[in-house]
Ligand binder design. Structure first.
Ligand code: NAI
Length: 471
């Protein structure tokens, strides 16, 4: 009924879908409607089969609430009109063209959503900025909203800190909830309190922190910078390890035991991926530059540059390892998602690795337990200069790791899927060309055991296999 508190969320993606499913689950007295311009996405959220995104525990959460107090719809105007509170969780990718191209956030989708709200809203609304946006976005959005002059709006910043692959767990027990609002103003404070109320249904009050809007917006970008910086730092160290005989896992354990440093996010790898880290750091770079802080911008930028260098270093190891040429050689790619337990491939390191190897005219056979075949084609086609016909001569997608390994010269691990640790490597060795190489871009395999079996193994930041060709 209309007397119930109504939430609308614009954007039914990786953030909007799971976030709203958990709010609906934890707040049975609130109605939550998630809307999107994509009919296909909404249909998938409403389907009995696979939801549009894969997250452990998500399907259960959606099935238990959908049709009761959780709804998915393309009727954006209808949902806006009846909502008391509107979350905006649309995509904010890096701008491709124009001013700030390659760095600044593209706020087109955000602004379109705001203009829609301004056009449709007849009663006061609290707008919650869930998307990751540059500082001062809330202010700009408020200007757009108020221009209609029909009703009053409050804009809050409430960045999302969930990580893909653990979204449900992160939403159910977050480290903190951050709410930014205009706390100097009575209406602003009331709006903040309303959102605090909602989270208080399941999050301990001391974990809900409130700040001014700008601190909240900036904190999200800074949090992602710190996380990505740790990966780039340990990856820089991994190069040093390979040249010196030190072992990066031993180093990160020793370093991470310092409670000031901490052990998490210190795993060397082929590089970070995902839709957020690179985009948000480039956003910080752009913000710093536009404020005239060139050196600060450069400092931030190196975290992304180091990540690119690490991917390139990994590809070089493969090419040199395979006697300086991969042309015409078969290479099995294990894992295409940007990390385990997700089907998301945005900015996945696997895309760069595959694109580079295809450039060298290697034949790739790709296996991933969750990523759709069409997605792999789309990602590589977008990244590569070659056309689809050329790519089809070089790339095959397998539905099993053994199929991918069949007849290959090398196995390349790009994603840390648990199942790769349990593969039958004796069987794999027997179906591969010899010498059989493994390039473990995630350091998840038992390298000593694999070497005993007869594989030549390269692992990130580990003492080099004496049988590996290096230049
Ligand atoms: P997404 O691309 O999966 O979802 C965005 C959805 O918004 C799409 O389904 C799109 O069709 C829809 N949309 C765009 N414009 C619209 C409009 N005007 N009206 C209605 N629907 C519209 O993006 P994702 O990953 O959910 O990210 C959303 C925001 O959350 C981004 O700003 C991102 O930086 C941030 N974020 C993402 C995290 C992640 O792990 N993916 C984590 C934390 C924040």
């Amino acid at each position: 009924s209309t007397s119930r508190f109504q939430i609308c969320c614009i954007g039914a993606g990786y953030v909007g879908g799971p976030t709203m499913a958990i709010i609906a689950k934890k707040c049975p007295t609130i109605d939550v409607t998630v809307v999107d311009i994509s009919q296909r996405r909404i249909d998938a959220w409403n389907s009995e089969a696979d939801l549009p995104i894969y997250e452990p525990g998500l399907k259960e959460a959606v099935m238990n609430t959908r049709g009761k107090n959780l709804f998915f719809s393309t009727d954006i105007d209808g949902a806006i009109e009846k909502a008391h509170m509107i979350f905006v969780a649309v995509n904010t990718p890096t701008k491709k063209d124009g001013l700030g191209a390659g760095r600044a956030a593209d706020l087109t989708y955000w602004e379109l959503a705001a203009r829609r709200i301004a056009k449709v809203a007849k009663s006061p609304k609290i707008i919650v900025e869930k998307s990751t946006v540059p500082i001062k976005t809330a202010e700009a959005i408020l200007t757009v909203l108020n221009a209609s002059g029909k009703t009053r709006f409050q804009v809050l910043s409430n960045p999302e800190f969930l990580a893909e692959g653990t979204a449900v767990r992160d939403l159910e027990s977050p480290d903190r909830i951050l709410i930014g609002g205009n706390l100097k103003d009575e209406d602003g404070t009331a709006a903040v309190e309303k959102l605090v109320d909602i989270y208080s249904h399941w999050v301990p009050r001391e974990r809900i922190i409130t700040t001014n809007v700008w601190s909240s917006e900036l904190s999200k970008l800074v949090a992602n910078f710190f996380l990505a910086q740790r990966v780039s730092s340990i990856n820089a160290v991994s190069a040093l390890c390979e040249s010196s005989g030190a072992d990066v896992d031993e180093v990160s354990t020793a370093v991470g035991l310092d409670s000031r440093i901490g052990s998490k996010f210190l795993k060397a790898s082929v590089g970070f991926g995902g839709s957020c880290f690179q985009k948000d750091i480039l956003n910080l770079v752009y913000l710093s530059e536009s404020m005239g802080l060139k050196d600060i911008a450069e400092y931030f930028h190196w975290v992304v540059k180091m990540n690119d260098l690490q991917k390139e270093r990994f590809v070089s190891r493969i090419i040199h390892g395979l006697f300086n040429t991969v042309t015409g050689k078969r290479i099995a790619i294990l894992g295409f998602a940007f990390k385990k337990d997700t089907g998301d491939t945005r900015e996945s390191a696997a895309i760069s690795v595959c694109q580079r190897l295809v450039d060298e005219r290697a034949h790739l056979d790709i296996y991933d337990p969750k990523v759709e075949e069409s997605q792999i084609w789309q990602d590589i086609s977008t990244a590569s200069k070659m056309d689809r016909l050329e790519l089809e001569k070089l790339i095959h997608i397998s539905s099993s790791p053994y199929g991918a390994a069949q007849g290959s010269h090398a196995l390349v691990v790009c994603t840390e899927w648990d199942e790769f640790q349990d593969l039958d490597f004796e069987k794999i060795l027997s179906i591969m060309e010899k010498p059989a190489f493994i390039f473990d871009g995630r350091n998840i395999l038992n390298h000593e055991y694999l070497r005993k079996l007869g594989f030549v193994v390269y692992a990130i930041g580990k003492p080099l296999d004496p049988r590996l060709n290096v230049v």
